[in-house]
Each structure stands twice: as C-alpha cells, then as structure tokens.
Design a protein around this ligand. Structure first.
Ligand code: RP5
Length: 165
C-alpha cells in the first residue's frame, strides 16, 4: 500500500471553485490527495470503481462534494468503510439547502459526516480529513496544533491592538 491519501470527489466541474478549498487545506499540511470529477447519477460505475480502487490503495478518508439532489457522498459511503465527509455545494436555485439535506440526512447505518454548505464547508472538510489523518500521524497533528496556536495568538494580538477597555 502506498502513501496514505485523501480522495476528493465532486459531481461536476462546476463544483471546482468550491471544492478546491479542500485541497488548499491538505496542501498546507503536506497531505497527499487525489481529485476526481465523477457523479453518482451521470457516472455511477466510474464512481464505484474509483472508490473501491482508492480504498484498496490506502485512501484514509473520502471527501465528496455535490449540489442539488446531492447523493454523491452517500453513494461513496455505500462502497467503503473509510470515513466519508460530504460537502453540500451551493449550486442550483435553492442555494445548497437541497444539497445540505440530501447530504446530511443519511438513513442510519451508512454515515456521511456533512459539513457546512459551500466554501466554508469545503475548507472544514479539508481540516476534518487532516484531523482524521492526525489521529495516527504525529507530524500532521503537530501542524494542526501549531496552526490553532497561531490563530489564537492573532486574536489576542488584535485585542491588544484595539485596546477596548
Ligand atoms: C450536481 O449537480 C453537481 O454536483 C453540481 O453541483 C450540480 C450541477 O451540475 P452541472 O449541471 O453544473 O454539471 O450533480
């Protein structure tokens, strides 16, 4: 088995502007990833074979982003026991509320960890995948700890600079 990696799937190339936030986070932590445009309804066989193959090659977690009646994350979860993080994309007239419900409302037994709609959700999907890897990878865990410390200090510095009281 090769280097552990995160597999990132999205239903359409129109999801790319949101989903690129996932690998921007992974890059920061030097985590390997693979990206595929593949749809639960347009290319169901390709989706299943990519998930099965990635699973066998050392994929640690899957991130699946889709909009509208978003069943991609659920379809991925059906083919693997690895953690699946779903990103509801704000495409379509309901601005992601449809995708949120489709992603988060999985029936019991086949879980999908849904994050928020859109770019913030994609970013958090990257962080959640990094934290999953950080359970067994101390380098990644330390980088996450360091980043949180830097972010917390930035807020303290702002308070000092603004001097409210
Ligand atoms: C979903 O339908 C995709 O994930 C995308 O968010 C939405 C629209 O797809 P396109 O018509 O832009 O390809 O399957």
């Amino acid at each position: 088995m090769g280097t552990p990696f995160v597999a990132i799937l999205m239903g359409s190339d129109s999801d790319l502007p949101v989903m690129e936030a996932v690998w921007q986070v992974l890059k920061k932590f030097d985590i390997a990833y693979e990206v595929r445009i593949t749809s639960a309804h347009r290319t169901p066989e390709d989706t299943k074979s990519f998930v099965t193959d990635a699973d066998s090659r050392g994929c640690v977690a899957f991130v699946a982003g889709a909009g509208m009646a978003a069943h991609l994350a659920g379809a991925v979860a059906a083919s693997t026991l690895k953690p699946v993080i779903g990103v509801p994309i704000d495409s379509g007239p309901l601005q992601g509320f449809d995708a949120l419900l489709s992603t988060v409302q999985m029936p019991g037994g086949i879980p999908v960890a849904s994050v928020a709609i859109g770019k913030a959700g994609a970013k958090n999907a990257g962080y959640l995948a990094a934290q999953i890897i950080g359970v067994s990878d101390s380098d990644v865990r330390q980088k996450l700890i360091d980043e949180r410390a830097v972010n917390a200090q930035a807020i303290r510095d702002k308070n000092d600079a603004l001097n409210f009281s």
